[in-house]
Design a protein. Structure first.
Length: 233
């Protein structure tokens, strides 16, 4: 009973901490990394409850690259970007997503790349621990984005997700759908993944489109159920 109570208190404290962290544009790299690593702990505490075989959590590090937030399996890290270190071309791209509003672009960067996408990359870390050779990039992204959405909701971040969603609706009016008429979206993404990954506007369309679809899905299971279903496939 005492162990159960301690676990409940730990998860409650982690959940409260998760509500107060991230989803804004950081200027302090040490604070960003520290806050992200708290989320790593929260995320993998929940993962291990659902599947004890996934027992090696990654660690968050600062590493600003054009990919922005990404999981690196070679050293089991979640790599994070600072706005001030981002390529000026990427900064302009984010401004474009809010019709040239630099402040709005910076907010989008914070909401997603100092926020939502951190849990998405933790989802990719889960995938790597279970299936290293899955070639379906579209389904990989869909799994990771869905797991991130469920995690942030269960961590009490609905208002932050709503802000993300409101921005996404505007972004998808600006970014053109890159899928040619008559082609299947998933097939097109998988066939052209390497090219799309080098085109921020096209790659972002798929990521934001998946976010919108998942956010609007009223049938999502709990985090624990989603992991258990995934692990038992």
């Amino acid at each position: 009973m005492k162990k159960l109570m301690l676990m409940f208190l730990l998860l409650a404290n982690i959940s409260l901490s998760a509500q107060q962290k991230l989803f804004h544009t950081y200027s302090d790299s040490a604070k960003l990394v520290a806050d992200a690593n708290e989320i790593v702990t929260a995320f993998f505490t929940k993962v291990k409850q659902a599947d004890a075989s996934i027992n090696k959590a990654p660690r968050a590090v600062l590493n600003t690259q054009s990919s922005l937030v990404f999981f690196l399996p070679e050293n089991n890290t979640i790599n994070l970007p600072l706005w001030s270190q981002a390529n000026p071309t990427l900064q302009l791209f984010f401004s474009k997503l809010t019709s040239g509003d630099e402040k709005g672009g910076k907010k989008i960067f914070g909401l997603f790349f100092n926020g939502f996408c951190i849990a998405r990359e933790l989802g990719h870390a889960v995938q790597f621990s279970k299936e290293k050779n899955n070639a379906n990039k579209y389904q990989q992204a869909l799994f990771a984005n869905t797991l991130a959405m469920i995690f942030w909701r269960e961590s009490g971040n609905n208002k932050k997700l709503e802000k993300c969603y409101n921005y996404v609706n505007g972004i998808l009016k600006i970014l053109p759908d890159p899928v040619p008429a008559g082609e299947n979206e998933e097939d097109y993404f998988n066939k052209n993944y390497e090219i799309l990954a080098q085109a921020p506007d096209k790659y972002a369309y798929f990521q934001f489109s998946q976010f919108k679809t998942i956010y609007e899905d009223k049938s999502l299971p709990s985090f624990e159920t989603y992991i258990k279903n995934y692990s038992s496939r």
